[in-house]
Design a protein around this ligand. Structure first.
Ligand SMILES: Nc1ncnc2c1ncn2[C@@H]1O[C@H](COP(=O)(O)OP(=O)(O)O)[C@@H](O)[C@H]1O
Ligand code: SF4
Ligand SMILES: [Mg+2]
Length: 332
């Protein structure tokens, strides 16, 4: 399958008064054309910093992309300068956020706002831009688009506003859409409708989607693959089936026990005890060791290597590594 985006060994940190926060500590993944890859993990694990790095929107300072590569169709985004990045943002990679109001200007009609992106990136007439805006509103399921085009953001509900933001993000037909907690601010019914919309859009446009969420329940319906992040690293990645039915990392298992499951009636929800480590001085070995019921001596000393469980399924946990026992004894 074609790799539209490749993130390789990304390290990002922030210099603050308290010290240097190592927010992202060696993240690597591929995004294939036309797939939805979900990135899940507890708050603060580096999901937003990863996506802001792809958009090259990390505020520098205090942030800094320390090392790594981000290839979009073979071009390394980390090497690009601001004028080149401006051409790519919106046109090749678009991003939407939790709160649609932050992306919308309350004083401009939504028609103008949708047209703005396409007029900026493509050499087309206002008439053609309006046609594209109408098509987008139709695509995201807004009825009477001719009338709606002339209205202002406050005339729409929260769910409708998120649809408009999605229309704005897609109007230039980007290759990649990054959605950072796009449904977190919405109630459950609207949330389901927006997730359904992502699926529908993907089918119609073939756009590749990175869906970021702290809620594994959200990705159960829409993700093709799932990457689980913990303390600035991906600790397990696999197909949706592999992550839901054959999770191997104790943290993934913990996350699954802490979300409501529709398919397991009466299942008890068990939150993961403890808190993630301090990213000012992250542990040398496995960052989950302090919370892990299976932690061994080696876990605190050496970061686990990646073990391949299938063509798509990879995990970083000593329990899966045949060399663990050898290392434990050599450390004694
Ligand atoms: N602008 C910033 N300044 C300092 N620290 C930041 C900044 N942005 C993010 N961080 C830190 O980076 C880490 C990862 O944050 P983030 O990617 O936002 O997590 P999440 O997984 O919840 O999206 C956190 O420890 C956060 O405090
Ligand atoms: S490497 Fe060790 S501490 Fe980390 S998740 Fe696996 S068993 Fe637990
Ligand atoms: Mg976030």
């Amino acid at each position: 399958m074609e790799k539209i985006l490749q993130v390789k060994d990304l390290h990002v940190s922030f210099t603050t008064y308290g010290g240097v926060v190592q927010a992202v500590r060696g993240v690597s993944f591929d995004l294939h054309r036309g797939e939805t890859l979900a990135i899940v993990g507890e708050s603060g694990c580096g999901k937003s910093v990863t996506s802001q790095s792809i958009m090259r929107l990390i505020p520098e300072p205090p942030g800094k992309i320390k090392s790594g590569q981000i290839f979009l169709k073979g071009m390394d985004l980390i090497q690009l300068k601001e004028p080149e990045l401006r051409k790519i943002r919106g046109a090749n990679i678009s991003m939407i956020f939790q709160d649609p109001m932050t992306a919308l200007n309350p004083t401009i009609t939504i028609g103008e706002q949708i047209m703005e992106g396409i007029l900026q990136h493509k050499n087309i007439s206002r008439e053609q831009a309006k046609k594209a805006a109408l098509e987008m509103l139709h695509l995201v399921g807004i009825s009477n688009p001719e009338i709606r085009l002339k209205q202002y953001p406050h005339q729409f509900s929260g769910g409708m506003r998120q649809r408009i933001v999605i229309a704005m993000a897609l109007v230039c037909q980007p290759d990649v859409l990054i959605a950072d907690e796009p449904t977190t601010a919405l109630d459950v019914t609207i949330q389901a409708q927006i997730l359904e919309l992502f699926r529908d859009i993907q089918k119609k446009t073939g756009v590749s989607i990175i869906l970021i969420t702290h809620d594994l329940g959200v990705v159960a319906q829409v993700a093709d693959r799932i990457a689980v992040m913990y303390a600035g690293r991906i600790v397990e990645i696999g197909t949706r089936r592999e992550i839901f039915y054959q999770p191997q990392h104790p943290y993934t298992k913990g996350l699954l026990q802490s979300v409501p499951r529709l398919d397991v009636e009466g299942a008890e929800l068990v939150p993961i005890p403890g808190t993630p480590p301090d990213l000012f001085s992250p542990p040398k070995g496995c960052a989950f060791a302090a919370r892990c019921p299976y932690a061994m001596e080696v876990c605190e000393k050496v970061y686990p290597f990646e073990t391949s469980l299938s063509h798509h399924h990879y995990v970083n946990c000593w329990l899966q590594d045949v060399r663990a026992k050898a290392l434990v004894s050599s450390n004694h």
